[in-house]
Ligand binder design. Structure first.
Ligand code: URP
Ligand code: ZN
Length: 454
């Protein structure tokens, strides 16, 4: 089966050119202006950009937090993802405290079967011991070459020594460890202080976890990684202070990679005063306009490496579990469908980043860091995961008009420009004119060693 994409402009992280793209099977076979393929199906991409399929570095589908089950599972979440141009998600297979990594991986494979976008797994390590350390080799063999460890949450938190040991072991396997950086003990004290003052509403959430709570944890992680002589990845970086700590580590010569999310670029903690403030409760919390700006500047100056959504959706009924106690509101928001549109509208159209940087942050950076050698680029021999981006489309995000399985969006009211008009997944034309025409075409992406890109 051949498909030719004609008349579009190919955009990679390193530049753009007008050329046609020939897809054969699930690979890109050729790029050029005079490709002869008389039997190929033709997609006219006039006026559109042809970009490598977006990779979301951070999703939580079908996650039971202990108090709530995320509204999106792999079925609904992957449909929303592919409609937004995300051809691959990296979801967090999450180890049970008393379980093995293998059990978590098996469980996540079961959950993800039938996905409408491709998927890989980071492994979230909830317990570190010699048995878990020994499992890392097998995880690599099965294509899991990145991990997350949490400094927070009772069911997931690990200690500094465990992070140190895991960093050393991961380095042996060419794997990367991402850390959720917040100081749990301090923020717990702050929650207690706020409640004692009678502050129980969502506005207590950012007060309990100010930027210093993140920056202290980033600094600690950076020093632990320095001691372990290992590369370090920080997930969902949210603050200017956190960024400054990471930059300090780089100035010392450390290899540090940074992920942020659209919510930390576009939303501020003013939203916790809204009547639906619970919707915005996520961790780390939304910050100040100065933090948004520092992260945009970081993107402009190539200080960051990837943008994930941290898609972790809950309905407003679930969010209401925390009525009268902000610390009981399920943490997280929906966003997997809108990452491309938000970055295009508020990044590219507003002149904060280039179109090439958009490709780097949405696709190429993740592909390189997370060992996806066939992805992140429109080039012969690469996977035929392709987004045909219509830059002229205009729309508005609302609480309900999206494919997420929940009744709210933290971006409701945002005007957006551009959309994934068509999407090719594994060589199959799955999204046509903004409609999902073939579901369930996703496959597992077994990943290799991380690539050092700094
Ligand atoms: O609030 C959030 N971010 N929930 C998802 C879990 C995490 O910390 O990434
Ligand atoms: Zn996290």
């Amino acid at each position: 089966m051949q498909t030719i994409i004609k008349n579009g402009t190919i955009v990679n992280s390193y530049g753009r050119r007008r050329a046609d793209v020939l897809v054969e099977g699930d690979m890109i076979a050729a790029i050029g202006n005079e490709i002869y393929a008389p039997d190929a199906a033709v997609i006219d991409a006039a006026g559109c950009y042809i970009m490598p399929g977006f990779i979301d570095t951070h999703t939580h589908f079908d996650l039971d937090t202990g108090t709530a089950l995320t509204a999106d599972n792999f079925d609904t979440g992957s449909k929303a993802a592919i409609l937004g141009g995300t051809t691959c998600i990296l979801d967090f297979a999450t180890q049970e405290r008393d379980g093995s990594l293998q059990a978590a991986l098996d469980e996540w494979h079961r959950k993800a079967a039938g996905s409408s976008c491709n998927y890989g797994f980071h492994m979230a390590i909830a317990r570190w011991d010699d048995g878990v350390a020994a499992e890392m080799e097998e995880m690599s063999r099965q294509g899991v070459t990145s991990y997350k460890m949490y400094m927070v949450y009772d069911a997931l938190k690990v200690d500094d020594g465990q992070i140190y040991a895991a960093l050393k072991k991961a380095k042996e396997h060419g794997a990367l460890i991402g850390i959720h950086c917040e100081n749990w003990e301090v923020l717990q004290r702050k929650i207690a202080e706020l409640k004692a003052e009678g502050i129980t509403e969502p506005c207590g959430h950012p007060l309990s976890r100010p930027a210093e709570v993140e920056a202290e944890a980033v600094n600690r992680y950076m020093r632990i990684a320095q001691l372990a002589e290992a590369p370090a990845y920080i997930v969902h970086l949210s603050s200017a202070q956190g960024l400054a700590e990471a930059e300090r580590a780089r100035e010392r010569g450390q290899e540090v990679y940074l992920e942020t999310c659209p919510q930390y670029l576009l939303l501020t903690d003013e939203r916790y005063k809204d009547p639906d403030g619970a919707k915005f409760v996520m961790s780390p919390p939304l910050r100040k306009a100065e933090d948004n700006e520092a992260l945009w500047n970081g993107l402009r100056d190539d200080k960051l490496d990837a943008i994930g959504t941290d898609h972790c959706s809950f309905t407003m009924a679930q969010k209401a579990m925390g009525a009268g106690d902000f610390s009981k509101i399920p943490n997280g928001g929906a966003g997997v469908q809108h990452r491309g549109q938000l970055l295009y509208t508020y990044g590219v159209c507003e002149g904060r980043i280039t179109l090439e940087q958009m490709v780097k942050y949405l696709s190429e950076g993740a592909a390189k860091l997370f060992g996806m050698r066939d992805h992140g680029e429109i080039a012969p021999g690469k996977a035929a995961d392709i987004v045909i981006w219509d830059p002229l489309y205009k729309g508005r995000i609302t609480d309900t008009e999206h494919a997420h399985n929940c009744d709210n969006s933290v971006y409701a009211g945002f005007d957006v420009q551009g959309r994934a008009r068509d999407v090719i997944l594994n060589g199959v034309h799955v999204v046509k004119d903004g409609e999902l025409v073939q579901s369930g075409c996703g496959k597992y992406i077994s990943r290799g060693r991380y690539e050092s890109i700094r």
